[in-house]
Ligand binder design. Structure first.
Ligand SMILES: [Zn+2]
Length: 452
């Protein structure tokens, strides 16, 4: 394990710290507060942020959804002549296996212009940038047409019931805004392209349990009504089933905007993939060009992955029951109940399917001045930026706000290498230090443009 003196790191950036709005100082300090969820204990991070805000003369509320689960809200008032904007971030992080890391995950160490730590990307780095941009708006006395709201929540990593979900349900008046900026995507350097996909939609969750019943018996005397066989046959059938491609508006726009930047023949396939005449042919015979990327394949249709299996307890006993759990994800337009019916029809009546956990898919339009503002700010920061809309296969806290009609977009305005994406929820999570500064400038520019 590489050792670095944390004190030296902090002293190096002391002048910045005095400046009071340095995203590196905030990121480092927040990484050092362990908010692994569970248990979360986000109150410590929320209290620290409250202190920083207070030093800048900004009042904030901390709302505990349950003991230790702190959510912070701060608001700069506008004059009500323009749209309000919320900056949303989560304070919790997933667990880190310290032994796999080159640096202690809660140390906030730096090397070669990268800051390492759990949450550097997901998403204390972004929280630090949001906080910095928010404080800068106050310090600059930026004339605000609409309110600027900072919402930093607990519990995103285990579903948000004690964080964003709790606030939306119980404190909507304190957090409401017309526009909301959140995580959900990040700029990546891929094959020389500077890609900035803005998350405007999310797939929904339809986790299911499959239960096969059969006749128990002695393993030495095989029979036809074996629950394990029924279940594995159902899983095999599901695995071979091709779920149809669903032309959501988000994916259509993504392909259209990406096409000019792709090599032949991928560019051609992307451009005509949803064409009313040749689209069906391309989807049948040239699908591999678009589905080679797992991220893209996942958002083209409803999907499922078997993840849990349970059956039997002894080699010579045929069990009467076998159970599987599947992680099914549905595209906008589908419902968990509707997809359950489809699954039941595919597997037949030997196996029963039921829903476990669900959430609805959600989609914001890209046809809004807010989208254009983010696109413009990203392009000003990085003239090579290719900005597209994006649907994520997983869920973020944006879903709670989209259900209320808030226009939500997700992008961490940083450019990172493709391989650094693995750091989120993986080992050696890191963020480029210059990216933190550029990202803060971009967030601030978005705030400025919205209030022009
Ligand atoms: Zn996150």
């Amino acid at each position: 394990m590489k050792k670095k003196c944390l004190l030296i790191c902090l002293l190096c950036f002391f002048p910045w710290a005095l400046y009071g709005q340095d995203p590196l100082f905030f990121s480092q300090s927040l990484i050092q507060i362990d908010t692994t969820n569970p248990p979360g204990n986000e109150i410590e991070a929320a209290s620290q942020i409250q202190t920083w805000l207070k030093e800048e003369g900004i009042e904030s509320d901390i709302i505990e959804s349950s003991p230790g689960r702190g959510n912070l809200i701060a608001r700069l008032k506008g004059n009500n002549s323009g749209p309000s904007l919320a900056l949303l971030g989560h304070l919790d992080v997933v667990a880190a296996q310290a032994l796999e890391w080159d640096f202690p995950p809660f140390g906030g160490f730096m090397e070669d212009n990268f800051l390492y730590g759990r949450g550097a990307l997901d998403m204390k780095g972004m929280v630090a940038m949001e906080l910095s941009a928010f404080i800068r708006a106050k310090k600059d006395n930026l004339p605000l047409k609409g309110d600027l709201v900072l919402i930093l929540v607990a519990d995103e990593e285990t579903g948000g019931a004690l964080g964003a979900g709790y606030l939306v349900q119980n404190h909507w008046d304190k957090i409401r805004a017309q526009y909301l900026l959140n995580e959900g995507s990040i700029g990546v350097l891929k094959e020389g392209m500077h890609l900035y996909p803005i998350q405007i939609a999310e797939k929904g969750v339809a986790w299911m349990k499959l239960t096969a019943k059969g006749t128990s018996g002695h393993g030495s005397m095989p029979h036809k009504d074996n629950a394990v066989v029924h279940l594995t046959r159902a899983l095999q059938t599901l695995n071979q089933h091709e779920f149809p491609i669903v032309p959501t508006q988000t994916v259509k726009n993504l392909f259209t905007l990406m096409a000019p930047h792709l090599p032949f023949p991928k560019n051609w396939v992307a451009r005509y993939f949803f064409h009313p005449l040749i689209g069906p042919l391309l989807q049948r015979f040239a699908k591999k060009y678009m589905t080679g990327d797992e991220k893209i394949a996942a958002i083209l249709s409803n999907t499922l992955s078997p993840t849990v299996l349970q059956a039997g307890y002894k080699t010579n006993v045929i069990p009467s029951e076998a159970i599987a759990e599947i992680d099914a994800r549905i595209v906008p337009g589908e419902t968990p109940e509707g997809f359950l019916k489809k699954i039941q029809a595919i597997i037949g009546d030997k196996v029963n399917a039921e829903l476990l956990t669900t959430s609805l898919p959600n989609e914001s339009t890209m046809a809004s001045p807010f989208y254009e503002t983010i696109r413009r700010a990203l392009t000003e920061m990085d003239p090579q930026a290719i900005v597209t809309p994006m649907m994520s296969s997983g869920a973020t806290d944006s879903r709670f706000f989209r259900e209320k009609g808030t226009l939500c977009y997700g992008i961490i305005p940083l450019l990172i290498a493709m391989e650094d994406i693995q750091g989120m929820h993986g080992k050696n999570e890191r963020v480029p230090v210059d990216g933190l500064k550029k990202g803060t400038d971009t967030l601030y520019r978005i705030i400025q443009l919205i209030n022009e």
